[in-house]
Write a protein that binds this ligand. Sequence first.
Ligand code: BES
Ligand code: MN
Ligand code: MN
Length: 454
Amino acid sequence: MDLNQYIDRKHDEHLKDLYELLRIPSVSAQSQHKADIERAATWVAERLRRVGLENVEVVPTKLHPLVYGESLQAPGKPTVLFYGHYDVQPPEPLDLWTSPPFEPTVRGGNLFGRGTADDKGQVHIHIRALDALHQAAGKLPINIKVLIEGEEEVGSESLWDYVQQNKSKLAAGALVVSDTSMLARGVPSITYGLRGLSYYELEITGPAQDLHSGVFGGAVPNPLTVLAELFAKLHDKNFRVAIPGFYDDVAPVSRSERKALAALPFKPKDFLKTVGAPALCGEKGYSVAEQVWCRPTLELNGIWGGYISEGAKTVIPAKAHAKFSTRLVPDQDPAKIARLVERHIRKLLPKTVTCKFQVLSTGKPWVAPYTHPFFEVAHNALEKGFGKRAVFIREGGSIPFVTQMYDTFKVPCVLLGFGLPDENAHAPDEHIALENYFGGIKAVANFYSGLAAL
Ligand code: BES
Ligand code: MN
Ligand code: MN
């Protein structure tokens, strides 16, 4: 039977199985979910065994377990490493979910639940594609190694240690990842670039303890005001980051790439609608796609301090806090940028306060050519799954592992994303369009069988 037909016939079975995985609240950031994390890892391992993978193991790490499995029964055929993550972001704030985050629910052609798009739904697409191929022939048509981690949303520290210690075991002709988005509905996409990231936490201290703002206000530094002034100085009026040296290593976008990006069916109007703000802002001289894919940024992610409960409290707080991050592009180096950011912040802060500056995580940017024959196979497979020609895009999000693998193994990285930019990853009401979930299974099954036919 035809692959697509077989996949269509299993429609209900795909979903029923996915629901099981989505119901496990494998939140990597919260220690209360440790047992759920273990449960999710075990679930994934069991499914890998079911689709014919061998040597399947749940690998304990310092934090959350990794799941590994392989099928090397296709001599002479390509070997790929498929990577994904079974951990999810915290679901809070819970009251903003229309249906509970860990009770998968279909509404209007979308499946809602934490992890539907990022990344359980997309990992499951591969599991179901492998299942279809395994059922069709009793074995898989290519050699595949599967590595699913449980720490992606908290920095992937254990993953990298594991890769370092298992380089030959993980060696493959390509890395395959589904943890990104399509450009838009009906536009299957292959991602050839991701931004990098350096994430910071800042603590500013003024007085030794909280003070009465009437008794002391007027003569003492207020850390909250200092914090506000500081962040107001980190961009100029053209929305460029005002940190000396920040742009020094930024690779300019070539004229041919600018042309290619401008020709994509990227609609700033749809982007504005997704954002829901009255208007957009961004670095002068660049299109919206260039601003979010090809240019570095500095964003405040959270600030806190002082009194925020009911009613009024006249206080000068001792401390103010901020979490913020820089998204990076080639050829910026996350460690170097972190040094520039810290130096500039220390320079801007007045003598009236002290500060503690921490780098919480870093990840390198990635951009790579898409000329390897595997990309053509991927392109054709997406057409088989979606009935449409795919486009090549970059994305603004970060998957540090992709850069690490690309730098270490120098292999093509094929990023087939089946999410959509407005599917609320990391936010309440996360969902995946069912047409893309099912189209994804067909595309991935056709991709793996297309690799076998190369
Ligand atoms: N799947 C995302 C990355 C992503 C999202 C890539 C959208 C492209 C488009 C991943 O799970 C993620 O959230 N990554 C984090 C970084 C990580 C180091 C915590 C991110 O991009 O903020
Ligand atoms: Mn992800
Ligand atoms: Mn994520």
